[in-house]
Design a protein around this ligand. Structure first.
Ligand code: PLP
Length: 462
């Protein structure tokens, strides 16, 4: 028999009046602020003017603002959010039952929109500010395709042009994502391409390369800076993206507060850190202000372990080294995860905000092997019904591990995790898993040392 608590609904929704009206900027409550972006040529913090050719003005203001706690969400964005938000906070009764755990598990499901992930929360905000500035379009990169899809939806809604550089291997292996983007009017170019200088240079140096996220970023930045009326937008890592994604955490907190539920453990998968940063923001705010304590856990792939095996240093955000330097936990911008890695979260670095919080001991991180991740994904699909994205399944794995620990210790902990998206476009990865062809390729210490040796030297610093 399932242990339904009749005072707590299966899914906790919010009414329109309960939806957040402002994003929360966790930097406002951080005692040690995240390190600023640096200009690689001078070693000095990037100024508003230096960022202007690449980013939209309002987004630069958000990026550089470490002090303002709340940014009102413009009405047009709130209206768009209403098309697919609030996202449900679901009590995982079936999963609890299957695990025979006394733990109470909740997950915030962000896959209820066509793009299939949380990325739409920031895509609409970034497209809105580009439109407001009178620009004609935006450029970006996409790996697996979730961000490109989200951005193409947002641009279609607002009537903006959208140019997506898609990592070549994904362009070829994920034709369905590509066609979704084209359905929403985006142009999609496989990266590296002949359409940019950096793309041509990379192709010359590595003919036949299947591309990487870092390389696609370099191309998208170049494409934005070289055509007037265009700016570059990025779906993760940046402070502004975490700000927009705070909508996830604010809704979660309002929903939990409504029923007097206080989580003990909050878990999220971490690629560049945006969903996790967004989910934990209001809880981390309480922790930083000394009001409450939570265990917060970032989960990353063992094959791309930025937090658990990376180094905290200034690094390039992209392979082509055209972007500013960010201080973060990084594997080095030349690190490329094994081609056998199918579980997403492949970025070499991590949000500067989360990196600082982790460095200051305010959150934990674990890495998990992908076969264990897909085992959890399948278990979850069979018990809770939702087919999870491989990325999201990292969080499922750790939530399950914590719930199993509770079964052993008898503790009735409340666990909240972020279920960032659906896995419909990831069936090739699931197929590999089902056929027993999935391997766990974990980078050696030597491989990481080689990559660390190529970290940039900062001008003016020893
Ligand atoms: C992009 C993506 C992630 C990872 O990105 P973060 O910026 O770390 O949140 C996780 N889950 C899904 C479904 C994604 O599309």
């Amino acid at each position: 028999m399932m242990k339904f608590e009749h005072n707590i609904p299966y899914k906790i929704y919010l009414t329109e009046n309960e939806l957040p009206t402002a994003w929360y900027n966790v930097r406002a409550d951080m005692k040690t602020k995240p390190a600023p972006l640096l200009n690689p040529a001078t070693g000095r913090p990037m100024t508003f003017e230096e960022l202007q050719p690449v980013f939209c003005d309002e987004l630069i203001r958000q990026e550089l603002d470490n002090d303002t706690a709340y940014f009102p969400i413009p009405q047009e964005i709130r209206d768009f959010y209403k098309m697919y938000r609030p996202s449900p906070l679901i009590r995982a009764y079936c999963l609890e039952e299957a695990l025979q755990t006394p733990a109470k598990i909740y997950y915030k499901f962000e896959g209820n929109n066509t793009s299939g992930s949380h990325k739409l929360n920031s895509a609409i905000a970034q497209a809105y500010y580009a439109k407001q500035q009178g620009l004609s379009g935006v450029t970006t990169e996409t790996g697996a395709g979730q961000w490109g899809t989200a951005l193409s939806m947002a641009c279609a809604y607002l009537g903006l042009d959208c140019k997506v550089f898609m990592v070549k291997v994904s362009y070829e292996q994920k034709p369905f994502r590509r066609e979704v983007m084209r359905t929403y009017g985006a142009s999609v170019t496989p990266s590296p391409s002949e359409t940019t200088q950096i793309g041509r240079a990379i192709l010359k140096e590595h003919p036949g390369t299947t591309g990487s996220l870092g390389c696609a970023i370099s191309e998208a930045v170049e494409a934005a800076a070289s055509v007037s009326g265009y700016r570059y937008v990025l779906g993760s890592v940046l402070n502004q993206v975490l700000l927009h994604q705070s909508i996830i955490g604010l809704e979660t907190k309002t929903a939990l507060d409504k029923y007097g539920i206080v989580p003990d453990i909050i878990i999220g998968c971490a690629g560049g850190g945006s969903n996790l940063g967004g989910l934990i923001s209001p809880f981390m705010g309480e922790k930083l202000r000394g009001e409450r304590d939570y265990r917060i856990i970032a989960v990353e792939p063992a094959s791309c372990p930025s937090f658990t095996r990376g180094t905290f240093a200034y690094d390039f955000c992209d392979t082509g080294k055209v972007c500013p330097l960010a201080k973060m936990y990084t594997l080095g911008s030349s690190f490329i995860p094994s081609p056998n890695h199918a579980g997403g979260l492949r970025y070499h670095g991590m949000s500067s905000i989360l990196s600082q919080l982790y460095h200051d001991g305010l959150m934990e991180a674990v890495s998990v092997e992908q076969t264990k991740v897909f085992e959890a994904a399948e278990f979850f699909a069979r018990t809770e019904g939702i087919l999870p994205a491989p990325e999201s399944s990292h969080a499922i794995r750790t939530a399950m591990d914590e719930a199993i620990r509770c079964r052993e210790s008898g503790e009735e902990k409340t666990i909240v995790f972020g279920l960032t998206g659906t896995g419909y476009f990831d069936m090739v990865a699931y197929e590999k898993f089902h056929n027993g062809e999935m391997q766990d390729d974990i980078p050696t210490d030597e491989a990481l040392a080689q990559s660390f040796a190529k970290l940039p030297r900062i001008p003016g610093q020893a």
